[in-house]
Design a protein around this ligand. Structure first.
Ligand code: G1P
Length: 292
C-alpha cells in the first residue's frame, strides 16, 4: 500500500492509542445457506473481495494492525485467506494476474493475525470475552464484518478512533433506522452533545418498536475500553438467551462512558440478501474500469 507522509503520521498517531481490532467470526450465517454450508459467511465476496477483507482493510486504515479473530468450526478459509498461497502465487508470479493479489498481500505484510476459538455460540458478548487473551488490557476496535462500511475518506473505524482520542471511553457507531427495523439492532438513547455526538444513557438489545428508546441503532463498529471484559464476565444471558455486548455496554453507559457516533459514510447490511445485493451494486458501479 502506498501512503503519503501525512497519512502515515495519521496512522501512527492512531495506532499509538488503539493497535488491535477484534473480529467475531464464529457465527453460522444461516441466512445465506446453502452458500455458507461449507464456507464461512465472512468469505462471501462483494465483487472479488471477501467481506472479511473489507473489514480488515478498515481496521488497518484506523491504525489497527493486530487483527484478532474469534473463530469457530468451519472457519479455516479465513486463516488461509490471510496467509500466503505458495503454489498459486508461484504460478501467477511475473504475469499480469499478480496484481489481483496485491490488496491481500499488502494486508498480510502490514498486519499480524491472531486467532482464538469460541467453542459454543453464546452471543456477541461471549465472543468478545473469548477474545480477551488476544487483546489484553488495552482499548480495542470491534468490527462485525456483516456490516460492510464505506466512506470516501477516513473509514468508519478511523473516524471512531478520533472520537475515542477525544473522550477516552467506549464508542459505538450509530445510524437512524426505520421504526419497523429497530428489532434487528441494539438501540440507544442519550444526551446530544454540542459536537453532535451522543452520551448514551440507555441501550436495549433488539427491542420491539414499542420498547425502543429511539430509532438510533448500533451498527457493527465499536471501540471498547478493556474493562468491558470484567463486565462481560458477570453479564447474564439476555435477549435470545445469549450474552449481549449491548447489556455490558449499558453498564458503562450508566456511568456516562459510552459515546454514540453518527458516522460519515454508508453501511450495507450484508447479513441480509437485500443489503448484500445493494453493496454489490454500489461497489460495482463505483469500480469503473479498474479490473479490466
Ligand atoms: C449485533 C448486536 C446488535 C447490533 C448489530 C449490528 O447483532 O448484538 O446490538 O445492533 O450487531 O449489526 P446481530 O446482527 O449480530 O444479531
Amino acid at each position: 500500500m502506498q501512503t503519503n507522509d501525512a497519512e502515515q503520521s495519521r496512522m501512527r498517531g492512531r495506532s499509538g492509542l488503539i493497535g488491535k481490532c477484534l473480529f467475531p467470526v464464529a457465527g453460522y450465517g444461516t441466512r445465506f445457506l446453502p452458500a455458507t454450508k461449507a464456507q464461512p459467511k465472512e468469505m462471501l465476496p462483494v465483487l472479488t473481495k471477501p467481506l472479511i477483507q473489507y473489514g480488515v482493510e478498515e481496521a488497518l486504515d484506523a491504525g489497527m494492525n493486530t487483527i484478532a479473530f474469534v473463530t469457530g468450526r468451519n472457519k479455516r478459509a479465513i486463516e488461509d485467506h490471510f496467509d500466503i498461497t505458495y503454489e498459486l502465487e508461484d504460478q501467477i508470479s511475473g504475469t499480469h494476474k499478480e496484481r489481483y493479489l496485491q490488496s491481500i498481500r499488502s494486508l498480510i505484510d502490514q498486519c499480524t493475525f491472531t486467532y482464538v476459538r469460541q467453542t459454543q455460540m453464546k452471543g456477541l458478548g461471549d465472543a468478545v470475552l473469548t477474545g480477551e487473551p488476544l487483546i489484553g488490557n488495552q482499548p480495542f476496535g470491534v468490527i462485525l464484518a456483516d456490516d460492510l462500511c464505506y466512506h470516501d475518506g477516513d473509514g468508519i473505524l478511523a473516524q471512531m478512533a478520533d472520537i475515542y482520542a477525544r473522550y477516552r471511553c467506549s464508542v459505538v457507531a450509530i445510524e437512524e433506522v426505520p421504526a419497523d427495523e429497530v428489532s434487528k439492532y441494539g438501540v440507544i438513547d442519550g444526551q446530544l452533545m454540542p459536537d453532535g455526538n451522543i452520551r448514551i444513557s440507555n441501550m436495549v438489545e433488539k427491542p420491539s418498536p414499542e420498547e425502543a428508546p429511539s430509532n438510533l441503532a448500533v451498527i457493527g463498529r465499536y471501540i471498547l475500553t478493556p474493562d468491558i471484559f470484567r463486565i462481560l464476565r458477570t453479564t447474564p444471558a439476555g435477549k435470545g438467551g445469549e450474552v449481549q455486548l449491548t447489556d455490558a455496554l449499558m453498564q458503562q453507559a450508566k456511568e456516562g462512558r459510552v459515546i454514540g457516533y453518527r458516522f460519515k459514510g454508508r453501511r450495507f447490511d450484508c447479513g441480509s440478501i437485500e443489503g448484500f445485493v445493494e453493496a454489490t451494486n454500489f461497489f460495482f458501479s463505483s469500480m469503473g474500469s479498474e479490473r479490466s
